[in-house]
Design a protein around this ligand. Sequence first.
Ligand SMILES: Nc1nc2c(ncn2[C@@H]2O[C@H](COP(=O)(O)OP(=O)(O)O)[C@@H](O)[C@H]2O)c(=O)[nH]1
Ligand SMILES: [Mg+2]
Length: 220
Amino acid sequence: MQEAAETDFAEQGRLLFAGPCDFIFASAKASDLPPLGPPEVAFAGRSNVGKSSLLNALTNRKTLARVSNTPGRTQQLNFFALGGAPGAERLRLVDMPGYGYAAVGKEKVASWSQLMRDYLRGRASLARVFVLIDGRRGVKPSDEEMFDLLDQSAVSYQVILTKRDELKAAERNEVLARMTKALEKRPAAFPEIIFTSAHSGEGIAELRGSIAKLIAERNA
Ligand SMILES: Nc1nc2c(ncn2[C@@H]2O[C@H](COP(=O)(O)OP(=O)(O)O)[C@@H](O)[C@H]2O)c(=O)[nH]1
Ligand SMILES: [Mg+2]
């Protein structure tokens, strides 16, 4: 029974991400967000963690990363609609600005923090934030700050480890064990961790399935 349900979500996830996916909105401030629509899942992580690559792999497109990397948009929340035009939308993906980049000035960090804080605290349709962690590098202080912000905002979040292809099997287990331990005392963290590779495609179908499951639960 359980197994059949999981297979079902995998198929629903595949279908969800095989459909249309369109850029709909960019927000530089929380007073300027798109009107509430279907459930949203947001993606956050340090610069270079592999967020653009993962979003491309997830949606089978290059559009998301291209849009989000447009000059001026890298510091914004970029919204993408899945399933079609307003009315047919089933889910939104939110590409959050990368953090932890040393060359960014204090002012930018402050405006980034404000935008994140406002969005995370006030968004009723936000179902989950996926925090990407580089499988080779593990959790950095800026990731801990992100976890703190999510715990304080009481927003459900889940860790996605990236670049799985760079690690040997034994190393993967170690990384997973360390990550599980790091999340144990964090109240808003979802305990299950997804280990992905945008290059090999490992974990991508699993991620699609968990997003399909999440929105099915939300709509139930
Ligand atoms: N080996 C490997 N490298 C990856 C993977 N995903 C991304 N990268 C590399 O990591 C670097 C940063 O990727 P990018 O997607 O631009 O990261 P972003 O800054 O988080 O958007 C690039 O050189 C990618 O080729 C992966 O799954 N495996
Ligand atoms: Mg990027």
